[in-house]
Write a protein that binds this ligand. Structure first.
Ligand SMILES: *[C@@H]1O[C@H](CO)[C@@H](O)[C@H](O)[C@H]1NC(C)=O
Ligand SMILES: *[C@@H]1O[C@H](CO)[C@@H](O)[C@H](O)[C@H]1NC(C)=O
Ligand SMILES: *[C@@H]1O[C@H](CO)[C@@H](O)[C@H](O)[C@H]1NC(C)=O
Length: 290
């Protein structure tokens, strides 16, 4: 009897673990991993050798007609999770109410995390960190501006220091929706795009060897805005197993930051946010079915 009870308990634990680790399959991909850089005109970005190399690989696709939404940084970041700029026109601290993408993911059991380089964790709401540096910047973390996240400890705990990514890769726990924000050196904000792409090449290539990072994963590489020189035309690109590019590795469909949301929504058949995500074209033209 004792033995039976123990075996039953083990079974229940195994079942709960399986449920918690369950993947919600998508139409095109099981995971989307965004990495966002700063303040670079399209023309300048496509001259970067690493981006050219990546886009020309068998699973690379340049989105050659992709536009940011606004200036300065914050309204663009807000757009990627909220579906509008929420009327924000500066980089100050804002609290935005209403549904955001996280609500749609949570409602459908899709795991998510926002990886922020140099973020102190613990739902830190300050403007910069660590003390006396500007490495982490709140204006590049749209999640903490969402009242529905900042006031919900469970949601807020999923904004994590980016150092957690490597332990998540090791334990095969990289979430299905991952939003990665390099610090203000690595994203080019304080250093320029050449520095950022050197960082990106090292960071990306060392992890691309790991299947717990790459399996059925669509990598989405983008910039927040241009450098005020190119009508907010920015570089964006797709990379990974789901991508089946045409011969020229280039998709000239008109996209913008709201296309990120519509892609996520279409992939997992989510509801929408009722904002600009509704009519945005998803960048699924050259993705194969999962
Ligand atoms: C592919 O490489 C060539 C030569 O480096 C470059 O001109 C072209 O822009 C690259 N394609 C993409 C999509 O980056
Ligand atoms: C945003 O909300 C926090 C509490 O969650 C508050 O401390 C802060 O003052 C608010 N900021 C603005 C700009 O309203
Ligand atoms: C690349 O190829 C696609 C598919 O054939 C085509 O629609 C697009 O116009 C081409 N882009 C360029 C820049 O030639």
């Amino acid at each position: 009897m004792k033995y039976f009870t123990f075996a039953t308990l083990l079974l229940i634990i195994t079942f709960i673990e399986a449920t918690m680790n369950a993947i919600v399959p998508g139409i095109y991909f099981d995971r989307i991993f965004l990495v966002i850089f700063e303040n670079t005109d399209y023309i300048k970005a496509i001259q970067q050798p690493y981006l050219q190399d990546l886009m020309n690989r068998s699973n690379g696709l340049l989105l050659s007609n992709y536009f940011a939404i606004a200036h300065p940084s914050l309204p663009n970041y807000i757009a990627t999770v909220y579906g509008s700029t929420a009327g924000i026109t500066d980089d100050d601290a804002h609290n935005v109410s209403g549904k955001n993408i996280v609500d749609l993911l949570e409602a459908n059991g899709i795991t998510w995390k926002a990886y922020m380089e140099n973020y102190p964790g613990n739902c830190f709401t300050g403007d910069f960190a660590p003390p006396d540096t500007v490495l982490y910047a709140r204006k590049h973390n749209p999640f903490i501006s969402m009242v529905g996240i900042s006031t919900n400890p469970s949601y807020c705990s999923k904004i994590v220091p980016a150092t957690q990514l490597d332990s998540d890769i090791t334990s095969n726990k990289v979430p299905q929706f991952a939003y990665y924000v390099p610090n203000q050196n690595n994203d080019g904000h304080d250093t320029g795009v050449e520095f950022a792409m050197d960082w990106f090449e090292d960071w990306f290539e060392s992890r691309l060897q790991k299947s717990s990072f790459t399996t059925n994963t669509l990598f989405f590489i983008t910039f927040d805005e241009d450098d005020y020189g190119d009508n907010n035309h920015i570089f964006s690109g797709l990379f990974g197993y789901p991508v089946k590019p045409p011969n020229n590795h280039s998709d000239d469909t008109l996209y913008n930051h709201y296309s990120f949301l519509s892609t996520v929504e279409e992939n997992w058949d989510l509801e929408d946010l009722g904002r600009n995500d509704v009519n945005a074209t998803p960048f699924t033209k050259y993705l194969k079915h999962n």
